[in-house]
Design a protein. Structure first.
Length: 150
């Protein structure tokens, strides 16, 4: 099984789960038992869901497009509405996203007729580097999407 998604890192592509520094364009393997929130390389199908795990860090983050493969286990937090989260035995770091690439993902989402309020609210709440200019670029006002707590 192969799954494309996003992975957030501490600055310099440092992982939370294995305290490793990864590199763009490289593939990695772990012999750990792959289990969601316990072992393997973790990533999410939706970028904003990766940010949830970094909400306690007061620092910039790096976000990359990744491909998980090998043994892939799906996880979720049904109570909070987080789905399509994965742990895999193998991961390839495809590319690091620039801030403008990240903003464009959400600008496109906001402009779609079938946009998802909760996805946008999660991104705006958890992405640590938004400025007033970023909100203007997205075409929204700061505070216009409130995160819902369950």
């Amino acid at each position: 099984m192969t799954v494309k998604g996003f992975k957030a890192f501490l600055p310099g592509l440092k992982t939370l789960e294995q305290d490793m520094i990864l590199e763009i364009g490289k593939a990695y393997h772990t012999d750990q038992t792959v289990q969601f929130e316990k072992g393997g390389f973790h990533f999410c199908k939706r970028l904003e869901d990766t940010l949830h795990y970094f909400s306690y860090y007061d620092c910039p983050i790096d976000i990359c497009e990744v491909i998980g493969y090998g043994t892939v286990v799906e996880g979720f937090h049904d109570y909070y509405g987080y789905y399509d989260m994965y742990a895999s035995s193998d991961i390839k770091i495809v590319k690091k996203l620039s801030k403008i690439e990240i903003l464009n993902i959400y600008k496109d989402l906001i402009q779609r007729p079938d946009w998802n309020y909760e996805r946008i609210a999660r991104f705006l709440h958890y992405y640590p580097e938004l400025t007033e200019e970023d909100y203007q670029y997205l075409g929204i006002k700061q505070g216009s999407f409130k995160l819902r707590y369950y």
